[in-house]
Design a protein. Structure first.
Length: 154
């Protein structure tokens, strides 16, 4: 029989922000150095073994037209104690044991600040993460992008 845990998300229908309160952006890592090795890691964000990862990307231009680089998505499994690439999903789903390229999002270039963005200035993706334990995001110019991430069961 399961035990109620007020700190656990359980089965969620509405996406829950993995960085904290709604509207909190996650930290984008500059490189994969903190994702190396074979031991447990404190990098990344817990997913509470949810099924879907919802991600919103937007540039943080301060009124200048500076194109941000793509951000890649990585996963971590406690059972393996290893980081790995989250695969990009394909139309119609992935085939059995297919190895696709790492999920990488190159946000829409915008010459306005986030407060002045129209919905078309942001990029939204949903990835099926099959209950992995943690996710991390890596981009070379993290100061030019906001990334918001949430997880859900349904």
């Amino acid at each position: 029989m399961s035990t109620y845990k007020p700190s656990s998300w359980g089965r969620t229908r509405s996406p829950k922000n993995i960085a904290g309160p709604h509207g909190t952006a996650i930290t984008v890592l500059d490189n994969t150095d903190t994702l190396k090795g074979v031991t447990a890691t404190t990098a990344g964000y817990n997913t509470e073994n949810q099924r879907y990862l919802h991600v919103l990307f937007e540039e943080t231009n301060a009124g200048s037209d500076t194109d941000a680089d793509a951000v890649s998505v990585y996963g971590y499994c406690h059972a393996f104690q290893r980081w790995f690439e989250i695969p990009e999903t394909e139309a119609g789903g992935q085939g059995q044991n297919a190895r696709n390229a790492v999920a990488s999002i190159d946000p829409t270039n915008s010459s306005t600040t986030p407060a002045n963005h129209v919905p078309g200035s942001r990029d939204y993706r949903v990835y099926e993460i099959y209950g992995i334990d943690k996710v991390a995001f890596v981009g070379t110019n993290a100061s030019r992008i906001n990334v918001f991430a949430a997880c859900s069961t349904f």
